[in-house]
Write a protein that binds this ligand. Structure first.
Ligand code: AMP
Length: 149
């Protein structure tokens, strides 16, 4: 099975951006087109950390520029579209976008933003796995063996 159109979900956490290396490998091997998507919540309790570190604003334009930077750093040699959606329900927005745009593989990280925000909105990855009508690939966060007892 090889996907023609991959939707790579980015919340700007370290893990979701690291997942792009795997997306790139897969897309190169299979000649897939990639769409990088971020669902931006203008009333988010806490703005995405990586965006905050590099910009003074937390809006759609800033998120689009941050996705373009990730594309250039990780997927420069691949056909990549960028999508920033403004929505309060990221998992549903991701699943709807995938259905409307002929996506046949959604890629999410197993971990995203944690702490209070995760407690408030729950796991986006879990909801996407449950509700998407396409296949979903979950990129697992690898444990550092040095930190194991
Ligand atoms: P979570 O389940 O919230 O810990 O997030 C796991 C993964 O879901 C992240 O690594 C991203 O791949 C994806 N994700 C979470 N929130 C968003 C968002 N607002 N926009 C796009 N992808 C997201």
């Amino acid at each position: 099975m090889s996907a023609k159109h991959i939707l790579a979900c980015v919340d700007f956490s370290a893990h979701s951006t690291r997942s792009l290396a795997e997306v790139g490998e897969y897309a190169r091997a299979n000649g897939s087109k990639v769409t990088l998507i971020h669902v931006s919540d203008p009333q988010a309790f806490i703005p995405p950390q990586a965006v905050l570190e590099t910009a003074s604003t937390n809006d759609e334009t800033t998120h689009r520029a941050a996705l373009a930077k990730l594309r250039d750093q990780n997927l420069g040699d691949i056909e990549v579209d960028i999508a920033v959606l403004v929505d309060h329900a990221p998992a549903k927005a991701i699943c709807d976008y995938a259905e409307e745009h002929g996506v046949d593989l959604i890629v999410v990280g197993s971990h995203g933003r944690g702490g209070v925000e995760r407690w408030l909105i729950g796991s986006v990855a879990e909801r996407v796995v449950r509700h998407a009508s396409s296949n979903v690939y979950v990129v697992r966060q690898r444990l550092q063996t040095a930190s194991l007892p």
